[in-house]
Write a protein of this length. Structure first.
Length: 380
């Protein structure tokens, strides 16, 4: 990139006030250098080549399962994006990110089949990378991404949740949504089924924009106005993130709390055109090309809502025919169709694991036959 762009970043996760363990996970990393950053102080990433990657995952499925799902999903997305080629095309980057999330889904799903203690585990996921002057986002579940610009906070992802679907369908009010008992019911989670519908969105950024990725342990107890006020009152990223977590804890901290913030600057980005120049939600359809691929509504969220009986189905899924998704209930399907292999380090590791699994079954079968012969010999 001829003109510099910088991303000052900071993240923190907190167990909250109720949970016995922290099942959230996050990644801040520089894809160009391969360095995953977990510093206690804000870090600056100079955007060169592939630039920064940010991931937040909120696990679910028991004390062990949620932690495994969130951590594994974040690590697989990080590894897959790190192994990808650099691109300046937003659409290409979006498709690569979608592939990485689908591979993470496959890895978490297969891990759940290997260990009975992990059955039903899953995780939400919000991931973001910077391509030129745009943030490309991938979304599964109800973790969120926001952009703070001109003292205004704008949500740039769409929740894949029952409450969000009811709200957008006009069946409940915003006040009813805030106090709904179904606030924790999501329309899909990563790792629960053999494939997942990844919502992709693209947002152009300006000098001074701040990106926030967070789990529902933050945006649930802390309202939109409080989130916005925290960034307005705290110019330093670390101070803002610490303030947000403190607000969530003071509101009862009913869930794990994770916040990752990144502030973009540099001459490679345009300045805001005025107070009305605010970010817009634009979803990207990877099955389309050009202007037809961009829409200001979330086809993925609408499609998932229709499968739950809320609203009308907007059309065929963007994910190839590998099964539709029911409302997440923590149950696994009895039959596990295989996915087509997708090149990448995760798929190679999965293939090696499958070969090892066949060897283990062969050994177990041999031992069982030997024991049966010994029993027959004693009997005779």
């Amino acid at each position: 990139m001829s003109t510099p762009v910088f991303a000052d970043s900071f993240g923190r996760t907190d167990i909250g006030c109720v949970r016995d363990s922290n099942q959230d996970s996050y990644v801040i990393g520089n894809l160009e250098t391969g360095e995953r950053l977990e510093a206690e102080q804000p870090v600056r990433i100079e955007v060169d080549g592939r630039g920064p990657l940010f991931v937040v995952c909120d696990g679910m499925g028991g004390a062990a399962g949620g932690d495994v799902a969130a951590r594994l999903a974040a690590e697989v997305v990080w590894a897959e994006m790190g192994a990808s080629e650099s691109t300046e095309e937003r659409s290409v980057y979006a498709r690569v990110l979608r592939r990485a999330v689908r591979l993470a889904n496959r890895r978490v799903f297969q891990e759940s089949l290997k260990n009975p203690r992990l059955r039903g585990m899953g995780t939400t996921l919000s991931a973001a990378g910077l391509v030129g002057d745009a943030v490309v986002l991938a979304q599964v579940g109800d973790s969120r991404a926001y952009i703070f610009r001109n003292r205004t906070l704008t949500q740039v992802t769409r929740d894949q949740s029952i409450v969000s679907a009811l709200l957008h369908a006009g069946r409940i009010t915003e006040e009813e949504a805030r106090v709904s008992a179904r606030a924790n019911m999501i329309l899909q989670a990563l790792g629960v089924h053999e494939d997942v519908q990844v919502a992709l969105s693209i947002v152009e950024v300006r000098q001074g924009d701040t990106l926030l990725l967070c789990s529902d342990g933050l945006h649930g107890p802390v309202g939109h106005d409080q989130l916005e006020a925290a960034f307005t009152a705290c110019p330093d990223l670390d101070e803002a993130v610490k303030t947000l977590i403190a607000l969530a804890r003071s509101a009862g901290g009913p869930d794990n709390i994770t916040a990752v913030a990144a502030r973009f600057d540099g001459e490679g980005l345009r300045q805001p055109l005025g107070d009305e120049d605010l970010p817009r939600f634009v979803e990207f359809d990877p099955m389309e090309e050009g202007p037809a691929a961009l829409t200001t509504t979330s086809w993925v969220a609408r499609r998932l809502a229709a499968q739950a009986g809320i609203g009308e189905d907007p059309g065929p899924p963007a994910v190839p025919a590998t099964g539709q998704h029911e409302v997440f209930r923590g149950n696994l399907p009895e039959v596990t169709p295989e996915l087509s292999d997708v090149p990448g380090p995760a798929s190679r590791r999965l293939a090696e694991g499958e070969r090892l699994g066949l060897v283990a079954w062969g050994i177990a079968l041999g031992i069982a036959v030997a024991l049966l012969l010994l029993l027959l010999w004693d009997y005779l």
